[in-house]
Design a protein around this ligand. Structure first.
Ligand code: M6R
Length: 605
């Protein structure tokens, strides 16, 4: 949940690291820090608050100089956000400075042992044990000390280390937290993800679990715990620096909403051969499975809810959905005849990783739908399908979600054909319907101004309900989450038919109900639910499909979205709900890209 960066080169490292931290800030933003090595001295500045606070302090600090250093932006797990708990952490003698992303599960045990040996701790963090261990074991050989120290750690870590005795060199190690190395010209980097240094280099090496790196300006050595050098493949990042910048938009979230037509197209096109959806390259024997279990967290889970309904409808195979944070505690009925589908934008989510492990222990095959190439989840799965959304920076996912939904549609269609549930003609027709979705998404974005006006009208509401039926209900779950997470307005999503079983008690004069009425076979049903809430004084903002005249007599406000195949409407109808959340949050002056208490990658349980 934190972001780390390291740099070694021949220019001043300060601005490079601070710029990298700004780009990594979406990973956590309650405190930040930087340490630079200048000859045999390490200087450090750290503070609670956002990276801008750190920049102001670092700019004013003339001692903070050097061509080599490390930086950190934090999402607190152990210890409140404070100056002292911020990273880097330094040993008392100033010999080591470290940054860490992950959780050291046995930190209390190590801390107690070190305290008994007279070591003094300053912070409440789990991380501090690492720097104290380094200092405790150090015998002049940093590589040996690093290997010994990490062998004591249980949990997850992506670690960056400076040692005064090795000027110009940064060290990195990793287990279960992401770390990528950037290869520049006369300068090299490490970071939690490529966005930190994409403006400097696109050539990278993925550090794997259990590997260590010694990085100087002109040399990168990867080694294992026996100090055996490991030859690594280089990889080139295909997307451009502009993809990770706001490019004139006020917020990443708005930019990413607007990028959806292109992201959908990029995700769809490579999977179409001869006008038919084709996932043959996956080499999945879909006939082998008698059920599918879909698991993920947050919005990715809600994408899974859409996928569940579409796969079940087209494939006539039982699909169950389960939030990944619960799966492992239920002793779920999973076996080798279950295909477990996990969904994750970041590919790092700890709960989703734990669910994969649980599924594999029970003998299931795991298929992952992931956005970040080479991420932990992509590597753990037996089959991986990438969503080609490009980098998603805003904490609230938008294009990440819609591309997940698209992959699930495509998988449903392909699997239905393989299972003999649809014939070739239907395969061709459904493929055509999917290919139309980017254009439908583009036209939906024309609602931007209208949605903005509705947000002006409704942004002061204290509580907003979303209701829908079947696939529309799955979209309501995501629309409601979007609103909550960035505007902090209380919101609930309800299957419209459930209202009368309790929730309707909360409907009162002036309550806003967003009614998603896009699944037309159930239009009469949802309209009757709209009438029920109207009769109790609610204001209704309805989302319906172009051509629907009836809805205008029922709702206070109506947004009409372009028509698509009724099974595939979610990828279109979510867009106005994303825009609504965005403009409500903007009206309420919320920090849209970095909502309070959240971080983009949730790498802790
Ligand atoms: O990276 P992942 O897709 O695994 O993340 C899962 C959730 O944490 C994520 O979707 C979260 O709910 C978002 N903040 C929603 O906008």
């Amino acid at each position: 949940m934190c972001g780390i960066i390291g740099f070694s080169g021949s220019t001043d490292a300060k601005n490079i690291i601070l710029d990298g931290l700004k780009r990594l800030e979406y990973r956590g933003y309650d405190s930040a820090g930087i340490a630079l090595q200048n000859g045999n001295v390490i200087n450090m500045v750290k503070t609670s608050g956002k990276v801008d606070n750190l920049v102001a302090m670092a700019d004013a600090d003339t001692k903070l100089a050097g061509n080599c250093g490390i930086g950190h932006t934090r999402w607190a797990t152990h210890g409140v956000p404070s100056d002292v708990n911020a990273h880097p952490h330094m040993s008392a003698d100033g010999k080591f400075a470290i940054v860490h992303n992950g959780i050291i599960e046995n930190h209390a045990e190590i801390k107690n042992k070190l305290i008994q040996k007279g070591v003094k701790f300053l912070s409440e963090t789990d991380t501090e044990v690492i720097v104290q261990l380094l200092d405790y074991y150090y015998d002049g050989d940093i590589k040996k000390t690093l290997v010994k120290t990490t062998s004591m750690l249980e949990g997850s870590y992506a670690l960056g280390v400076l040692c005064v005795d090795n000027p110009g060199t940064i060290y990195a190690a990793k287990v279960s937290s992401p770390l990528i190395i950037g290869i520049g010209a006369g300068e090299n980097y490490f970071a939690s993800d490529i966005t930190a240094f994409i403006s400097h280099t696109k050539n990278v090496i993925d550090l794997e679990d259990g590997e260590f790196a010694e990085i100087s300006a002109d040399k990168i050595t990867i080694f294992d715990h026996n100090f055996k050098e490991i030859k690594k493949e280089e990889r080139k990042i295909t997307w451009d620096v502009a993809a990770a910048e706001k490019s004139g938009y006020e917020h990443f979230m708005l930019k990413e909403i607007m990028e959806q037509p292109a992201a959908l197209k990029a995700t769809i096109e490579p999977r179409i051969k001869d006008n038919k959806v084709n996932f043959d390259e996956l080499n999945i024997d879909i006939k082998k499975y008698d059920r599918i279990l879909m698991t993920a967290c947050g919005s990715a889970y809600y994408a899974g809810c859409v996928g569940r309904d579409v796969i079940e409808k087209l494939c006539r195979i039982h699909v169950h959905t389960e939030v990944a944070s619960e799966l492992r505690y239920r002793d779920p009925m999973i076996d080798e005849k279950t295909l477990v589908i996990v969904i994750s934008q970041s590919g790092e989510t700890a709960d989703t990783i734990a669910a994969i492990k649980e599924a594999k222990n029970k003998g299931a095959d795991v298929m992952a739908i992931v956005n970040v190439v080479g991420s932990a989840i992509a590597k753990l799965a037996d089959f991986t399908i990438y969503t080609w959304a490009g980098p998603e920076i805003a904490v609230a996912t938008t294009k990440g979600y819609t591309t997940q939904v698209i992959v699930l549609y495509m998988f449903a269609v392909w699997a239905a054909y393989k299972l003999g549930r649809i014939d070739e003609k239907q395969l061709l027709e459904l493929t055509k319907d999917i290919k139309r979705l980017p254009e439908r998404a583009q036209r939906t974005l024309d609602l931007n101004t209208k949605v903005k006006k509705l947000a002006d009208k409704y942004h002061e509401k204290q509580s907003i309900f979303f209701i829908g039926r079947y696939l529309d209900y799955a979209v309501c779950l995501e629309g409601s989450l979007k609103l909550k997470e960035i505007s902090y307005i209380h919101s609930e999503a309800y299957a419209a038919g459930e209202l009368k079983h309790g929730t309707i008690a909360l409907i009162e004069e002036g309550r806003l109900v967003v009614a998603v009425c896009c699944y037309e076979p159930l239009l009469d049903k949802i309209i009757s639910n709209v009438q029920q809430v109207k009769a109790r004084g609610a204001q209704v903002l309805a989302l319906a499909v172009e051509g629907n005249k009836k809805i205008f007599t029922e709702a206070d406000d109506v947004l009409l979205v372009p028509k698509a195949n009724e099974l595939f409407m979610a990828a279109v109808e979510i867009i106005p709900l994303q825009l609504f959340a965005y403009y409500v949050a903007k009206n309420n002056k919320c920090d849209i890209d970095k909502p309070k208490n959240l971080a983009k990658s949730v790498t802790v349980e």
